[in-house]
Design a protein around this ligand. Sequence first.
Ligand SMILES: [Mn+2]
Length: 419
Amino acid sequence: MKSFRFIHAADLHLDCQLKGLDQYEGAPVETLRQATRVALENLIQLALDERVAFVVIAGDLFDGQWTDIQTGIWTARQFRRLEKAKIAVYLIRGNHDAQTEVPRKITWPSNVREFPTDSPGTCIDAATGVALHGQGFNARECPYDIAQNYPAAVSGCMNIGLLHTSLAGDARHDVYAPTTIETLVAKGYDYWALGHIHAQWTVRESPRIAYSGCAQARHVKETGAKGCLLVDIDGRSVRSEFRAIDVLRWHIVQIELPATAGRNVVIECVREKLEACREAAEGRFVAVRVILTGRCAFHRECQTAQDQSQVVHEIRNVANEWSDVWIEKVEIETCPPVDIEALRSGQDLFGELLRDFTRWHEADSTQLAEMARLLDPLTQKVGIALTKSDLDFSDPERMRHWLRQAESLVLALAPGDES
Ligand SMILES: [Mn+2]
């Protein structure tokens, strides 16, 4: 068996609509709007530069219904660049671009093979003799383990499976073609190209089961480098390497301020961190959320809404030193400089409450879910004035964030210790 390489990508979400961006001060709206397309252009260029045999796309090439037929025409034009270089494209539909979600059709160039959505299909790649198996999503929800019905490996050749899945394997809760690692391994394939989870994740080394992650992050929940996997096949051996193809990168910068920090120190710390983000992004645009924490003197300089907005503007002003850095948001979660250990060991209500916070901060997702359940009646009571998403206790990250804020509010009531 000869050696060759291919690209495994997924979740490009082409032309996804970024809602509410215009509300953000100084948002790089055009860069963000174009980002998913530029990531696909980068993918095509990588395929040409690395002379890959083919490209597999494991679902969610599109973000949903095309608002404009140009989305399809533009994508077909990109694939034609690969057609000229005799590079095949194998793709399946995911939940976002399921048959019913993207009913509009475009005739793909001759190098593109789309797998069926009603049953698994198999393609033998003409150039390499590789057998590729796949089934796309018919509708947005797919609560069945579709991998179960994939054919067994074709003997005497390399086998690759394409699957869009949440992999959780619990059909009661999961509507994204749940399956298990055991089911995948049992097929006897050499490589499983998975899509749906937006972070790159090698689920298993041998046989290789991997998520490429998304090609371009779309919001602050998708931090860090995004791209695809460049996979080298030599006989039966599989090696893969992550390649970034994103154009804009999201960062969350949390700065724990030292006790003596005042406003000048804050600005210096922010500048330093932004510099580091820029370096890590290697010339790409960076969108940053800054979170200020720590027990510090600065907390007292930053009490009123006016003080806070002043700090936010100073931070935005620092970011403007570079044309490729944008501050999405600044969260101020600092605490007053008190002797928190002394307060925490106090035999009063205050000490007791602080000890509770310590326990809650260490709580795992299950414990937080239990706490969320206890808070549920509260949601019902105040729910009239708020939308459900404002009070979503089911997200452990938001719970942790609120607990930190709550502790900070409690500490703000503590008698100050200016030493
Ligand atoms: Mn998906």
